[in-house]
Every structure is written in C-alpha cells, then in structure tokens.
Design a protein around this ligand. Structure first.
Ligand code: ADP
Ligand code: MG
Ligand code: ZN
Length: 483
C-alpha cells in the first residue's frame, strides 16, 4: 500500500473594518437595512469612478508587515471578470501581478513544534454582495424559489492572504488559521469573525505518494467558516482523494463545497483557470504607490503581536499553555501585565489567572474586568506567599475571597483565618513538643534513616492547625535532628 502525504494551501479572506468601502464613500454596514449602503460606484453605474481607501491600504500593509512580507512600492489593480448576480460590475477589482505584499511567512506552533508556513502574497480586493436563496434549498441555490440580493457588502475592502502549499496536516492548517486570526485581531484591522464571514477560508488539498516531489491535483473547497470546519474539510478530502486514487481513479481539479451538517465535501464546478477571468489592469485606477516612508509610518503603529506576547509571558515565568491562554484572553493578559509590572511573580499569577480565576468567571458567568479583582491584589498575594504568610493552597482560597468581594488579600486571609504562622518562637515550641513525644524517630534519623522526617513535619503542622510555614518547620526539624 502507498504511504500518502497531504499537501495543503490556504487562501484566507479578511474583511477590513474600515468606516467606508474600498473604492467609494459608502459606509461599511453589512448588517444594516439591505441595499441602503450603496452608491453609483459600488453599484457600477456608468461613468462612476473608484477611488482607493487609504485606511484599507494601511490595513493591508499592516497585515503584510505582520507576516514578514515585502511590500511593493508600486502595485496594480486588475479586473477579474466573471458574471454572478451578487457582482454588479460583472468584474471584481482585485490584484494579480504586483499585489501589495509578497514573500512572507508565518510561524505557528503545532503541539510544541514550530512550523513555518510561506505566505505567497497578500492582495487587496473588494467583497461581493450577498445572495439569500429563499425556499426549500436549505439556503443553497438548488431548489430555492427566488434569490434576494443585498449590495451593502459589495465593495467592502477585502484582503486575501495566500499561503504556499507548505501545510501537511489538518492540525497545522488549524493552527495557521488560528494564529492568522489572532494577528488580524491584534492589529485591529478586522473583527475577524469566522461565524459572521468577516474571515473565511478556501481550502486547497491534494495528496501524493510520500517522497514524491511533484504535487498532486488539488481540489479547492470554498468559504469554509470555522477552524473546526477547516480541519474537518481537510481530513475528509485527504481520505476521499486517497480512496479515489487507490481504487484507480483520478482527482479532478475542481471547486468543492463543505456541508457542515453532513460532514462531506461535494463538487460544485470544475476549477476555473486564471485565463477564464480575462484579468486586465483596471483602466480607472492608477498604480498604487506605497512609499518607503509611508510603510515606515505604518510600521510604527503595529502593536505587539501574539508571538511576541507569548514569548514575553514565557520569559515572565509562565509555561507555554498558560502563555497561550493569556494571549487569547485579553482581559486576563492585561491583568497579568499590570500585576507583573507591579512586581508580582509571573509564574504564580499565570497559574492563578488561568486556573482559579478562569474557573471562577465561568462558574459565576462574569467578566473578570467586572469583578473586584485588581492587579494590586495579585501583587499583594504573591508577596504574602513569598514572605511565608500564606501557603500556596491558602493563597488560592484567598483569591476566591477577593473575587467574592472580601477586600484585599490580607483582609480575606485574616477574616478566613488563613494566615500562616512564621513566628519562629511558636513553631520552635511545637517542634520541641513533637520531638519529645517521638524519641524513636530522632534515633532513626540520627542513624541516617530519613523516613520518619515527613511524619514529624506532619505532626508539627497538625499541632499548629496547618498554619505553620512548612519551610520553617522543616528547617527547624533538620537543625534539631542533625547529629
Ligand atoms: P486560485 O485563485 O486559482 O485558487 P491561488 O494561487 O490564489 O490560485 O491559490 C492557490 C492555493 O492553492 C495556494 O494557497 C497554493 O498554495 C495552493 N496550492 C497550489 N497547488 C496545490 C496543490 N497541488 N495541492 C494543494 N494546494 C495547492
Ligand atoms: Mg483560489
Ligand atoms: Zn458605494
């Protein structure tokens, strides 16, 4: 039997959240009253002329820079010609040769190993309108009675990010999609809502016998709108293609549709080639100039990206998983940053925030930002643990008390009687008492048998109601039993 290898490339569409559309001043209002946000330009009435949106260009340059792309100082707008009812111009303004950004890469983490995915290009285009198929077709055109058209989305700035065929597994594809979404969100250029379609994936999949250089024939599954569906689409296609090939068939280059309910992809049409689109440079638009100076200005506005944040959290003492949770949860991340800036231990704060605090917010269905917990409390709490005033399990209980509105950690610790005794005198007394009751244990320890040591620590802790600092107890016991 052949050992097959999958080859995957993703095309991701990201709708930019600019105030106005890509080539006219209509507001971006995709969910508003249908066909209310339209004008002669986005409806392609004769004589109307497009003017590029400066904010959208800044948005795509930010995405390109975040993906380590080269930014072309001069790029070109093309017309991609095809007929579809949701496309009033009968062509889409897009890019072809000379896109705004090319030759980038994105590093993603897949189960602890780093995978580098090449970015072929990031280009600027405009979105189409929206068709709603009404009737028995389950939202699809087949069996629909009629179709409603809404052009509010026509002309909304759309960025397309195309990868090299570097991805090998559905997990890698998912990790790539998730990281791209985080980057877009961190840049603030799109709301990147998968379920609402403001970020969506076209999934290209082929298989080849492992070890063969040449690529197999790919299929392209369009408009997949969740990370889970991306993964399922890929797993399904890999399986389907292998079965076809092993039974002597061939894969057709075609466009397919993912059906979320049935979990299968079905053929939509044979794949169009770029010749079919009769691309030509849009005579209404000049070459787009992004000068080095403008690029540098845009670079200045790029915030800390998810990968840098993750690294910073790990440097502050968190593990990989904790760092990932903090990156994905802005509220927790902000609290972490403020606490660590205030001198708290990153390791402890990371554990508390992603453990007790997340669990508390889920249990009580609240946002942590709306709870009484503040960064100063976390700083105080780590200090109390470091100074031996609280055991680590008591610290967790105190944390819950603070979240419940019990005041500062010292207030809560006092009220709940959780403060640890680090007064050496009191502990010494308890140690001496336990030792006088257990002479045989001392004998064994003096003879080099350390087994009773834990027992003695336990006895002292018990005598002190569990509130002695165990470090001091151990130290005192060690001193007293040393021969
Ligand atoms: P098109 O617009 O025709 O789909 P693009 O060049 O925009 O072409 O995108 C093609 C995508 O398909 C890229 O992500 C590329 O990496 C991927 N791809 C190309 N060839 C293969 C292949 N044989 N198997 C899997 N993916 C492929
Ligand atoms: Mg494509
Ligand atoms: Zn318009």
């Amino acid at each position: 039997m052949t050992d097959w290898e999958a080859v995957i490339g993703l095309e991701t569409h990201v709708e930019l959240s600019t105030r106005s559309k890509m080539f006219c001043s209509c507001p971006v209002d995709v969910d508003g009253l249908p066909n209310a946000a339209c004008c002669p330009v986005c409806l392609a009435l004769p004589g109307a002329l497009p003017v590029p949106n400066e904010k959208a260009i800044e948005g795509i340059v930010k995405i390109g820079l975040a993906l380590d792309c080269e930014i072309n100082e001069s790029s070109l707008f093309y017309r991609k010609n095809y007929f579809y009812p949701d496309l009033p111009k009968n062509y889409q303004i897009s890019q072809y040769t000379f896109p705004v950004c090319e030759h980038g890469e994105l590093e993603v983490d897949v189960d602890g190993t780093t995978k580098t995915v090449g970015i072929t290009r990031v280009h600027m285009e405009e979105d189409t309108g929206k068709s709603t198929h009404v009737g028995d077709g389950d939202g699809r055109i087949h069996d629909a009675d009629h179709t409603l058209l809404d052009f509010n989305r026509a002309g909304v700035p759309l960025v397309e990010v195309v990868t090299e065929p570097d991805i090998r597994t559905s997990e890698e594809a998912r990790a790539y999609g998730a990281e791209l979404q985080r980057i877009v969100l961190a840049l603030g250029v799109s709301d990147a809502k998968l379920e609402a379609g403001s970020m969506r994936f076209d999934v290209n999949v082929s298989v080849r016998p492992r070890g063969r250089e040449e690529l197999g024939t790919r299929t392209e599954t369009k408009n997949v709108n969740s990370l889970r569906s991306v993964q399922r689409t890929i797993d399904f296609e890999i399986d389907r293609q292998i079965k076809v090939l092993e039974s002597g068939g061939t894969i057709r280059q075609e466009t397919r549709h993912w059906n979320e309910n049935t979990g299968v992809t079905t053929s939509m049409r044979s794949k169009e080639e770029s010749e079919d689109y009769r691309y030509f440079q849009d005579p209404d638009l000049l070459p787009l100039e992004v000068t080095q100076r403008w690029q540098d200005e845009i670079k200045e506005t790029i915030p800390e990206l998810p990968a840098q944040r993750r690294e910073r959290y790990i440097a502050a003492g968190t593990d990989d998983v904790t760092a990932g949770v903090l990156v994905d949860n802005g509220e927790l991340g902000a609290l972490f940053d403020e606490a660590v800036d205030g001198g708290a231990s990153g390791r402890s704060v990371g554990i508390w925030l992603t453990g007790e605090v997340v669990a508390y917010s889920r249990r009580n269905d609240i946002h942590i930002a709306d709870s009484p917990l503040a960064a100063v409390h976390l700083v105080e709490l780590t200090t109390m643990v470091d100074e031996g005033k609280l055991s680590s399990s008591a610290a967790k209980e105190v944390l819950i008390g603070v979240l419940d509105g019990g005041g500062s950690p010292s207030d809560v610790a006092e009220a709940k009687d959780l403060l640890q005794v680090s007064d050496t005198g009191a502990i010494e007394a308890a140690v001496d008492q336990v030792l006088s009751q257990n002479p045989d244990a001392i004998e064994k320890i003096s003879a080099g048998d350390m087994k009773p040591f834990g027992f003695l620590v336990g006895q002292v802790m018990r005598n002190m109601g569990g509130k002695a600092d165990p470090k001091i107890v151990q130290q005192l016991l060690r001193d007293r039993t040393a021969s």
